[in-house]
Design a protein around this ligand. Sequence first.
Ligand code: 5AD
Ligand code: SF4
Length: 443
Amino acid sequence: MLKYKIITYGCQMNVHQSEKIAGILNNLKFENTFSTENADIIVFNTCCIRDNAEQRAYGNIGALKPLKKQKRNLTVVVCGCMTQQDGAAEKLRAKFPFVNIILGTHNIDKIGDAITQYLQKKRPITLIEDTSRLCEGTPELRSSGTNAWIDIMYGCNNFCTYCIVPYVRGREISRPKNVIISDIKKALEDGFKEITLLGQNVNSYKDSTDNSDFASLLRDIDKISGKFRVRFMTSHPKDYNSEITDIIKNSDKICNNIHLPVQSGSNSVLKAMNRRYTKEKYLQIIDEIRAKIPDCGITSDIMIGFPGETDQDFYDTVDLVKKADFTNAFTFVYSVRQGTPAAKMIQVDPIIKQKRITELVKIQNEISAKQSLKAVGNVYEVLCEDFSEKGENLFCGRTDNGKLVTFEGTRDDIGKFLKIKIDSAHASALFGTKTEEHTDEKR
Ligand code: 5AD
Ligand code: SF4
């Protein structure tokens, strides 16, 4: 039986894409392995949103050359959005002639056929079709514990000037609501306790068959019976509306947890990024969410070093970060993406970028730590997700508002909703004990 290994780069969408690849390969009776040496097929599921993920993929593909020399029968597949960049397939072929199959993001459903054909004919295959193809009906081998990722839409229409996604993942296409609902019901029947809806901008979801929007989708998901949680990502501040806040507030299932990337706190940088909101508008959204849902966990993506970012722009971002009081934030250093408008703008000195990111990370860490301290003494409902790497008999899970908690438990706790009393906080990590105490509603 042939063994395959999938190496995934980038975001949750790619993690889920890899679950689809695994589903297809398992259907072909190939067997998953985590060992590179034992694998007969190695799949690189790449991402090119940021330079570091792309460089890692190039580095790891290159590092395979000696193994491929030793093991002539090894099949090497490169897929994911890196292959979808202009000229990327040619560049890959020239740099790594030992790559056997190159597949575009929207051709992932064809990975099984491509491998079967390659194994028979041993001729290189490149399949990169246009990005408007909706690839549906692929089997999935879910591997994210208690959580099931569900795509609600693909692609993006926003063209933020730094971002390559619209070029490599194509225009927005929403999946029909009835298909999403039936995927969710299936995942729940299979025992998953948490559903995370995925899309580059979930707020612009629009079912082309009946015009349902994201609010309508959330309301219908909320009506599905049973005990489970729903999260979603990513929201775009320009399209976020109060209706979503009201649905979250009134639902036991939709978590008090919103990922709302702000990118920058400087109005001139936001304009140059084509984000289409201001710092004031963003803070107004946050204030409204907090007024309606005081315990809401709000997380964000923040980028420093966008072309032309001055010290004052950076301090506007710091000011926003302090006011927004995010539970957590993913911080990125801007990296040039060829073909995007920002690639042609005047770039910020790398040393300045490094100084700014260090300062920003320190500030956000202090905010996250303070937020965690506030949780000490409270009892939360926690969905136990997995073993914790922090020690023996330790398990971990999340509160409704997205905080990660570590506690002593047993293997049987995985997949259960537990009441956990928070005993201590170290940096942003929370530690607690199981209790029978009642939680406040929706904690
Ligand atoms: N450089 C750095 N970060 C980027 N992101 C998107 N494009 C770039 C880029 N060129 C970040 C944004 C986005 C997250 C998924 O990746 O913050 O929200
Ligand atoms: Fe990229 Fe902007 Fe689309 Fe997000 S909304 S995927 S940052 S273009």
